[in-house]
Design a protein around this ligand. Structure first.
Ligand SMILES: C[S@@+](CC[C@H](N)C(=O)[O-])C[C@H]1O[C@@H](n2cnc3c(N)ncnc32)[C@H](O)[C@@H]1O
Length: 218
């Protein structure tokens, strides 16, 4: 297959395309997730999680403990949420909260059918985080929050809770200011004594971290 573009791609775009193409054949889309990608197209939304990141999210969502709670920061078009609900599956002991700042996106996602244990919140996660409670899995996928403080995020993680941060590859975006903020966030995540972290270099780059159950002895 040959694909042509009507302009020269930036280095970051070429890298993103390569990563995405590499993984595409390996990811199978569950039907509900396929519907979410269709909604994304209808809305003209272009920032949804890629299938390889979404599949990882569903694996993590399937592993939350009994009566677990999941938080997604940045609902977007509901693609990540569809991957999460796919992972939770037929369980009804889990609560999934997803928060979105953009009212139009939040309304569009609210019109779709979701399991009754999904709670959609419209608002700014920076203000809402303190009153949403604590979580076993937190998917951090809103750019403004990623480049701000980390303490509220770690505070919202239960001991043993898992944090997944998307779009963290250092070369994900060409904008130098964004790269600086991304780099500062990476330092904070990897430097946090409460977190054990792994860097996943596929897709748009992910950081996976677990909140320690005991304070570090270091
Ligand atoms: C990368 S998209 C989310 C994609 C989605 N999580 C997925 O997996 O398909 C980022 C979203 O975060 C939202 N957002 C940005 N700042 C936010 C904030 N402070 N609170 C909540 N949502 C925010 C944006 O409006 C946008 O829809």
């Amino acid at each position: 297959m040959t694909v042509t573009f009507d302009r020269a791609l930036t280095a970051a775009e070429v890298e993103q395309l390569r990563r995405s193409t590499d993984a595409k054949g390996a990811v199978r889309l569950p039907p509900d997730v396929g519907a979410a990608y269709e909604r994304e197209s209808l809305l003209g939304f272009e920032k949804s999680s890629r299938p390889e990141a979404g599949a990882l999210l569903s694996v993590l969502a399937a592993a939350v403990p009994p009566h677990g709670r999941v938080l997604e920061i940045g609902t977007g078009a509901g693609v990540g949420l569809a991957w999460i609900t796919h992972g939770v599956g037929a369980r009804d002991d889990v609560e999934v909260v997803s928060i979105e700042l953009d009212g139009e996106l939040a309304a569009a996602v609210a019109r779709a059918r979701w399991p009754r244990w999904v709670r959609l919140v419209e608002g700014d996660a920076r203000e809402a985080l303190g009153r949403l409670g604590s979580f076993d899995l937190l998917f951090l996928d809103a750019p403004g929050i990623k480049t701000q403080g980390l303490s509220e995020i770690v505070a919202a993680l239960r001991p043993g809770g898992v944090l997944l941060v998307d779009d963290m590859a250092p070369d994900n975006v060409d904008d130098p200011a964004w790269r600086d903020r991304n780099s500062a966030m990476r330092e904070r995540i990897f430097g946090d004594p409460l977190l054990v972290c792994a860097e996943l270099t596929y897709s748009s780059g992910l950081i996976l971290a677990t909140r320690r159950t005991h304070a570090s002895l270091d």
